[in-house]
Design a protein around this ligand. Structure first.
Ligand SMILES: Cc1cc2nc3c(=O)[nH]c(=O)nc-3n(C[C@H](O)[C@H](O)[C@H](O)COP(=O)(O)O)c2cc1C
Length: 169
């Protein structure tokens, strides 16, 4: 069984906690957790990737991802399967809700990644176009711990069920 590399960036810990919950839901024996602040060079070693970020400073990528961007832009994700997740605040920042996740989507897509885990926009209220795959779907799992923390665990559970087959689980 091939392991999944889960790489996340977090500032106050929210995205880190979501990353741990995803790993638990998929089975921690299947997932290697990496905080991008400690480097992401091993990303190219995995065929299966889960990638998560928060959004800060009104539409900016979490700062550790931002710092890693020059290296990311030199990597190839051809033949790799990628699932994205993002955390944000749709009430405080509806125009830039989950923009960081949208930016990672563009970066990985340009470098050849195949995506799984598009997530329905039903139940969210926001105007940002960046995290959208199509009219009805985000590019990945959308988590809003600031306003909808009661929905987080169930969203993680359902999303993990959605991505499992693509990761051979
Ligand atoms: C100053 C500030 C700016 C923020 N900007 C955005 C934003 O533009 N879009 C968004 O979705 N969330 C925004 N957020 C909310 C955070 O992304 C959210 O709380 C997230 O869960 C934090 O995750 P982290 O602790 O893993 O970094 C902002 C929060 C603060 C305090």
């Amino acid at each position: 069984m091939k392991k999944i590399g889960l790489f996340y960036g977090t500032y106050t810990g929210v995205t880190g906690t979501v990353a741990e919950k995803i790993a638990q839901e998929l089975g921690t024996e299947h997932v290697d957790l990496h905080n991008i602040s400690e480097g992401g060079e091993q990303m190219e070693d995995y065929e299966f990737l889960i990638v998560g970020t928060s959004t800060w400073s009104i539409g900016e990528l979490q700062e550790d991802w931002d710092a890693f961007m020059p290296k990311l832009q030199n990597m190839s994700f051809q033949g790799k399967t990628v699932a994205l997740f993002g955390t944000g605040d749709q009430v405080g920042y509806p125009d830039t809700f989950l923009d960081g996740m949208g930016m990672l989507y563009e970066t990985f897509q340009f470098r050849g990644a195949q995506f799984v885990g598009f997530w329905p926009t039903t139940g969210y209220d926001f105007t940002s176009p960046l995290p959208l795959f199509d009219h009805d779907h985000f590019v990945g799992l959308a988590i809003d711990e600031d306003n909808q923390s009661d929905l987080t665990d169930e969203r993680i559970k359902q999303w993990c069920a959605l991505i499992r087959p693509a990761f051979g689980l």
